[in-house]
Design a protein around this ligand. Structure first.
Ligand SMILES: [Cu+2]
Length: 258
């Protein structure tokens, strides 16, 4: 019995299936990495804040880090689908048991998975940390965000109580959002700025960002909140400081007249 084990030990990685899998793995990994990163980064679009720029490059790094795992799974699937079937009178070779029962293979898999998870956790936390820095910024504009089925409302408490369903922000100034909900849980998501925060009834959550690009971007709800959840979206206009001031005084005049 021990003779068989010894002779098998040298054999499992020499088996044709393992070699085939290794070749598929080497070919598939860069293809999956390249295609997935391209699709991912194109669908994200151009970032409108520094946070989003780092989220975007992080997504690229994560996708590349995951591609050897995806490549290995695809390679194993391909080998299994294209290889001989082992059942009944044609049982799998002893060498297959060798790798399946190998403590070294199991340990390698656990260590590699742990390292990948730690890498994702630490780099993710570093990027998220940037998000909260402008909450401490004294120059920041404060805006109260209220979600309800199925609209967002934005209050500008520092500007004579201006209220709007469309968000206006000046470029290159930190903004702190104080977020709550009138009914169920929503999630305030400014897509191209890379910020997303739960809106819970009964208390206030905070997130902050500094928009660094003039343009029109998307505000969405990222928490399934009822029938019209998918339509709970509107726009954020990032404008120059002068345009922002003009918009605010216009809104204030309109509301004063109403
Ligand atoms: Cu919602």
């Amino acid at each position: 019995m021990s003779d068989v084990q010894v002779s098998n030990k040298a054999k499992w990685w020499k088996s044709a299936d393992v070699k085939k899998t290794a070749i598929y793995w080497v070919i598939l990994t860069p293809i999956i990495g390249y295609v997935a990163t391209e699709v991912q980064l194109r669908s994200i679009g151009a970032p409108a804040s520094e946070v989003m720029a780092s989220v975007k490059s992080l997504m690229g790094i994560f996708t590349w880090a995951a591609s050897p795992v995806a490549g290995l799974v695809a390679a194993l699937a391909l080998t299994s689908l294209m290889g001989k079937r082992h059942y009944g009178d044609n049982p799998p070779p002893d060498a297959d048991h060798e790798i399946r029962n190998s403590p070294r293979a199991a340990a390698t898999w656990v260590v590699v998975s742990t390292l990948l998870c730690l890498f994702a956790l630490i780099t993710g936390l570093i990027v998220l940390q940037k998000d909260s820095e402008s909450i401490l910024d004294a120059k920041a504009i404060n805006i109260n965000v209220t979600g309800q089925q199925w609209v967002w409302n934005f209050d500008y408490p520092e500007s004579n109580g201006v209220r709007s369903e469309v968000l206006y922000l000046p470029v290159d100034r930190p903004v702190v959002f104080h977020i709550t909900s009138k009914d169920v849980k929503h999630s305030f998501w400014v897509v191209q700025m890379g910020i997303k925060m739960d809106a819970n009834p009964g208390y206030v959550t905070e997130t902050a960002v500094t928009p660094n690009k003039i343009g029109v971007f998307d505000v969405r709800c990222a928490e399934l909140c009822g029938l019209l959840h998918a339509y709970m979206q509107n726009k954020v206009h990032v404008v120059s400081q002068a345009d922002y001031d003009a918009w605010l005084s216009n809104r204030a005049a309109l509301e004063g007249a109403a």
